[in-house]
Write a protein that binds this ligand. Structure first.
Ligand SMILES: NC(=O)c1ccc[n+]([C@@H]2O[C@H](COP(=O)([O-])OP(=O)(O)OC[C@H]3O[C@@H](n4cnc5c(N)ncnc54)[C@H](O)[C@@H]3O)[C@@H](O)[C@H]2O)c1
Ligand SMILES: O=C(O)C(=O)C[C@@H](O)[C@H](O)[C@H](O)COP(=O)(O)O
Ligand SMILES: [Zn+2]
Length: 365
């Protein structure tokens, strides 16, 4: 199977996204995107035994080291970031050094943020090993860590030098993590691409069964759509906020339930349905499209109802700290139906509470 190559074009700054088998072992390809003499691989305790040696083999001739962090969303923290800084210092990494982020979105966000900070910014390469990271987090340069107060509250826009999506790595990805990645794929269709949404409906069984042709097509399509949005609006002054469909609710659920309780993709699936229901309540969309979204997510094996344990008031308080809000007013992504999301400012908190309570998110465990 051949390697697909896409590009993120940000004026003169451009970088490739490679998608296909065998890419971690194809060091000649990704080494060409690295400058300088130092490289630090940042990964975690689950991914390291599986794929670290493949990457290290490609670093022969460079001064390099690897930092293996504990696994989990609860380690996407400033403390972990400090460990990356210490490892870069121990390596003697200067401004021409490169960080290689080998893992899922947690590692990509964290290592990317550390690269953005070290000596005010050094190169990094995304080596995503989860479906979610391949279709979403490795592309576009959003890097961040969480705080107890909320998701991704400390971060930077810092674009990678390349995205190396070796699809062979998906063979070891647990089923629940795979399904979580499909949520961000469905999001791309739901927010702005009705034809892709219909394609997903037609290929839902193939995707749920990990059929490789459908999967490669879905990864490439999601990356291409995201690359287009990022090229037009790198720092989320407008259109890029649409990629946050489902995230205002989703991030609140992730933080309120405790990081790692819901996977990010699961929280986004539930969040998209909450946003769809809110849109229907506000008269922006009919309920039929919300049902279509619910049906697709269910076929992809994703949760569609918030679990008990997070009260509506607590979730609303979390949503008040969402990055998209302006002038103390809720600003979130609503929609007019499949493929037609829009940014809504000044959303009535009472309507949000009603949707949370009606859907059961207000239940106590
Ligand atoms: N920057 C962005 O634009 C962006 C976009 C979407 C999500 N995110 C962030 O990404 C994170 C979620 O990423 P994720 O879903 O990849 O979670 P993750 O990074 O926690 O990875 C999921 C699990 O899979 C394991 N794993 C990774 N690759 C594996 C492989 N090939 N085989 C076996 N196990 C493997 C990991 O160790 C982990 O246990 C969240 O923090 C979310 O906020 C960021
Ligand atoms: O790339 C973007 O832009 C996104 O919003 C993609 C999201 O899927 C992703 O979860 C992102 O990390 C959310 O960013 P945030 O700004 O809401 O923290
Ligand atoms: Zn997301």
């Amino acid at each position: 199977m051949s390697v697909r190559e896409l590009e993120v074009a940000l004026g003169a700054r451009r970088y490739p996204i490679w998608i296909g088998p065998g890419l971690l072992g194809d060091a000649a390809r990704w080494r060409a995107r690295m400058r300088g003499r130092h490289a630090l691989v940042v990964t975690n305790a689950t991914v390291a035994p599986l794929y670290l040696e493949r990457v290290r083999a490609g670093l022969a001739g460079l001064a390099h080291d690897a930092l293996v962090l504990p696994d989990g969303e609860s380690f996407k923290t400033l403390d972990s970031c400090a460990r990356v800084f210490d490892a870069l210092a121990a390596l003697g990494a200067t401004r021409d050094a490169c960080v290689l982020a080998l893992g899922g979105g947690v590692i990509g966000d964290l290592a990317g943020f550390a690269a953005a900070c070290w000596m005010r910014g050094i190169d990094f390469v995304q080596m995503p090993t989860t479906l979610l990271a391949m279709v979403d987090s490795s592309v576009g340069g959003k890097t961040a860590v969480n705080l107890p107060a909320g998701k991704n509250l400390v971060g930077a826009f810092h674009q990678p030098r390349a995205v190396v999506a070796d699809t062979d790595t998906l063979a070891t990805l647990p089923a629940r993590e795979y399904r979580a990645g499909l949520a961000e794929v469905a999001k791309i269709g739901a927010l702005g691409d009705a034809a892709f949404f219909a394609w997903l409906e037609a290929h839902a069984d193939a995707l749920a069964g990990r059929a490789s042709d459908a999967l490669i097509e879905a990864i490439a399509h999601a990356c291409a759509r995201k690359a287009g949005v990022v090229a037009r609006d790198e720092t989320e002054q407008g259109e890029r906020a649409l990629l946050n469909f489902g995230h205002t609710f989703g991030h609140a659920l992730e933080a309120e339930l405790g990081y790692g309780t819901l996977l990010h993709g699961e929280a986004v699936a539930i969040g998209m349905l909450l946003a769809a229901r809110l849109s229907a309540r506000l008269g922006l969309a009919g309920t039929a499209d919300a049902e279509r979204l619910r049906a697709l997510l269910t076929r992809l094996g994703l949760p569609v109802d918030a679990p008990p344990g997070a009260g509506a008031d607590a979730l609303l308080a979390r949503m008040a700290l969402d990055k998209k809000n302006e002038a103390g007013r809720l600003r979130l992504i609503l929609w007019r139906g499949i493929g037609r999301a829009e940014i809504a400012a000044g959303v009535d908190a009472g309507a949000v509470r009603a949707v949370l309570e009606e859907q059961g998110a207000g239940r106590r465990a």
